[in-house]
Ligand binder design. Structure first.
Ligand SMILES: [Zn+2]
Length: 338
């Protein structure tokens, strides 16, 4: 299989029957941990391959492997991510899934569009997120808007399942049977609970192409052991890739939290993306409902500077939509500084 190359270089990874079997095992563990009802209708809005990209979506009578190999399941319906949010809401109205799997950024767009158009969101039992980093603020916003349980999973094509969300607590349990995960600080020392460092992975079962101390590009905060009784190591938070970190003029890097709710309180912003092109060049890309006034631009600049913890010069650009990466990821903040 190939990875997206979101860290720069696409990788081609050899997989084996054993790695695929393990993928299935961890997928089932995730279902069992979260006590999913296998008879539920499972909806998916994600990146799909041609020719499955029509606005009517695709249907299948069961969830597919591995769940359908082990249990009798409800049906599955899926829609390609690139459809307009209003098309997605229409599709949800028709399909009425109980569980919806999609990207956090897309779930946020669904919630906001439903709010604006006074449309109902589907009555979900569970909103299942994947593929993008999701912060606590976004998770609670989504839980409120969808009135559903929100779960997340941490996985990567090149290694499979990395960590599953604890069903009793918001943090993540490392899937140590699949891989060894180290969180290292800048000096290469193992981080302690409460500390954040680089995520380094070694796969334990891929003998066709072992990855040894593979730098994932992600950062995570180590957590305390979990009181739930599961002895698997805990990650308190997972943060984005290095390229999603802001670089300050003194060379330090940090994760900006560029809140969507504060933007919305200032001006009719539909979608936003903040791009750092250089140490003194921040571009704010906006999709808006109507032209933004100079006063609103000024107020938005203030919010962005506050989030970035620095008095950057800020320029605005306006666009009809903000593109996702080739595999459907949407980045709220990205830095082009290597
Ligand atoms: Zn736990």
């Amino acid at each position: 299989m190939k990875t997206s190359g979101s860290t720069g270089i696409p990788l081609q990874i050899a997989t084996t029957t054993v790695t695929r079997l393990l993928w299935s095992a961890f997928a089932m563990r995730d279902h069992f941990w979260h006590a999913r009802d296998f008879t539920a209708t499972f909806g998916v809005i994600r990146f799909m391959r041609d020719p499955e990209r029509g606005a009517e979506g695709v249907r299948s009578k069961d969830w597919g492997p591995p769940a359908a190999q082990l249990r009798t399941t409800g049906r599955l319906c899926a829609l390609h991510i690139e459809h307009d949010i209003s098309v997605q809401l229409d599709w949800l109205d028709r399909e009425r899934p109980d569980i919806l799997l999609t990207y956090p950024s897309n779930a946020v767009e669904l919630a906001r569009q439903a709010q604006r158009g006074a449309r109902a969101l589907p009555r979900l039992r569970e909103l299942r997120l994947f593929s993008e980093v999701v912060d606590a603020q976004t998770r609670s916003f989504l839980a409120r808007q969808f009135q559903a349980r929100v779960t997340d999973v941490y996985s990567a094509n090149e290694v499979g399942y990395i960590a599953l969300q604890c069903p009793e607590h918001g943090h993540y349990h490392v899937q140590s049977e699949n891989l060894r995960l180290e969180v290292l600080d800048d000096e290469g020392r193992e981080c302690r609970p409460g500390q954040t460092g680089r995520v380094i992975l070694s796969t334990l079962h891929n003998f066709a192409m072992p990855l040894l101390r593979y730098e994932s590009g992600d950062y995570a905060e180590v957590g305390e052991p979990c009181p739930c009784g599961r002895a698997l190591p805990v990650l308190a938070r997972i943060m984005g890739r290095t390229r999603n970190m802001l670089v300050l003029p003194d060379g330090t890097r940090h994760w900006p939290i560029v809140g969507f709710s504060s933007f919305r309180a200032i001006a009719p912003v539909v979608q936003h993306q903040v791009v750092q092109h250089g140490l003194d060049d921040i571009e704010v890309r906006l999709v808006v409902e109507r032209a933004i006034t100079p006063d609103e631009e000024e107020a938005l600049s203030g919010e962005v500077r506050k989030a970035l913890h620095h008095e950057f010069p800020i320029r605005f650009s306006y666009t009809k939509s903000i593109e996702r990466s080739p595999i459907g990821k949407y980045e709220e903040f990205k830095s082009m500084i290597a």
